[in-house]
Design a protein around this ligand. Structure first.
Ligand code: NAD
Ligand code: DAU
Length: 335
């Protein structure tokens, strides 16, 4: 495998994967990205132009997708509308990109016989109760809650159908919540870090008891590369790093790490349909593919992420005011 097409490679996790592949392999990488509000050329700055190129375009553009897929050995599909709050305000782009876009890619890899890896989320499984020991496994039934997670679930099912009906060579991974560099300031952790930098109190939805299972984006990248290189055709792998924390705990850790009073945050309007808890059982990935995360210490990963946002204000500053204005426009209020 020498030439990889990465869709959504100018977004948060896609750009982390591109940097990881450029550093750890000698593959040539082409990114196909529409550069929506979530895409950023700056996240791909400094890469070796002899081995890397960016094509600005839409994964729903069948002719463009076909021509790009024809020239590569593998496709890693990250492109998506990714933010739950946006999907509640307007589900339409989620249906288009996450479902029609994935369909368009599947038809191209079917025509060309190209290896395909589909990036998905633990949210396809719905949520778990706070007080139960269970975690999601590859056998958990699909039960998505939001328009975002429903379109991701639909895209996973399209991949599974194309494997079974057409025999395409595809794998799927469902990962838990990522944090790290290059994440848009609409998302929980970078929103709070940049709020503190700006002297705004962090904003906790509802009571803040909801649990997310945090993994550093670099660990997600190493897992995806392992699946691409050693995963079994047609299989699904769950990616997680045993990183469960409730939202209140995460905000308090950020405030403490940034030298603030850990109680200096506000409770705000809750998200409608807010999933309670996500938790991944990564046994299969660890035992079958020998994968292990490098970021075992959450506070150390958070400290590195805080340092990155402090040092890269030019990267996030252009989005900050409009993002906060969007939250206010959609009715977020301090309780
Ligand atoms: P992101 O919103 O930061 O990036 C998405 C990228 O896709 C952007 O660069 C955007 O410009 C591009 N894009 C959107 N629509 C497009 C289209 N029609 N054609 C081409 N490009 C398009 O998202 P992210 O957080 O990096 O998530 C990437 C993938 O990982 C998604 O599939 C998401 O479901 C999945 N995922 C995310 C997380 C997480 O914690 N963020 C966890 C598990 C899985
Ligand atoms: O689980 C994987 C998913 O993680 C990915 O599929 C999604 O693409 C990604 O956005 C993320 O979804 P979440 O909805 O969990 O992430 P978000 O960053 O929006 O919120 C994380 C938690 O923090 C969630 O319980 C809502 C809460 N929250 C969020 C924001 C933006 C707050 O309390 N305050 C906030 O300001």
């Amino acid at each position: 495998m020498q030439r990889i097409l990465v869709t959504g490679g100018a977004g948060f996790i896609g750009s982390n994967f591109v940097h990881y592949v450029m550093e750890h392999t000698d593959c040539a990488v082409t990114v196909l990205d529409k550069l929506t509000y979530a895409g950023n050329r700056g996240s791909l700055a400094g890469l070796d132009a002899g081995r890397f190129s960016l094509v600005v375009g839409d994964i729903c553009d069948a002719a463009l997708v076909d021509s790009l897929v024809a020239g590569v050995d593998a496709v890693v599909h990250y492109a998506a509308e990714s933010h739950n709050d946006n999907s509640l305000a307007d589900p339409s782009p989620f249906v288009q990109t996450n479902l029609v876009g994935t369909f368009t890619l599947l038809e191209a890899v079917r025509r060309h016989g190209t290896r395909f890896h589909h990036i998905s989320t633990d949210e396809v499984y719905g949520d778990l109760a706070l007080d139960e020991p269970e975690r999601f496994t590859e056998a958990t039934a699909y039960n998505p809650s939001s328009p975002y997670s429903a379109t991701k679930a639909g895209s996973d099912l399209l991949v599974r159908a194309w494997v079974r009906s057409f025999g395409i060579n595809a794998t799927i991974s469902n990962c838990s919540n990522n944090y790290g560099p290059y994440q848009h300031v609409e998302k929980f952790i970078p929103r709070q870090i940049t709020n503190v930098i700006d002297g705004i109190r962090p904003r906790l939805y509802g009571a803040g008891v909801n649990v997310r299972d945090w993994i550093h984006a670099e660990d997600h990248s190493s897992a995806v590369l392992a699946i691409l290189q050693r995963g079994a055709a047609g299989e699904t792998y769950l990616i997680g790093a045993d990183g469960e924390h409730n939202n209140q705990d995460v905000i308090q850790r950020i405030l403490t790490a940034m030298g603030q009073d850990p109680g200096a945050y506000d409770h705000v309007t809750d998200r409608p349909g807010h999933d309670l808890r996500y938790a991944i059982d990564p046994t299969r990935l660890r035992t079958e593919l020998g994968w292990a995360p490098a970021y075992a210490d959450f506070d150390a990963g958070l400290a590195a992420t805080i340092a990155w946002y402090r040092e890269h204000e030019a990267w996030w500053r252009p989005q900050k005011a409009a993002t906060e204005a969007g939250y206010a426009r959609r009715g977020e209020q301090v309780r």
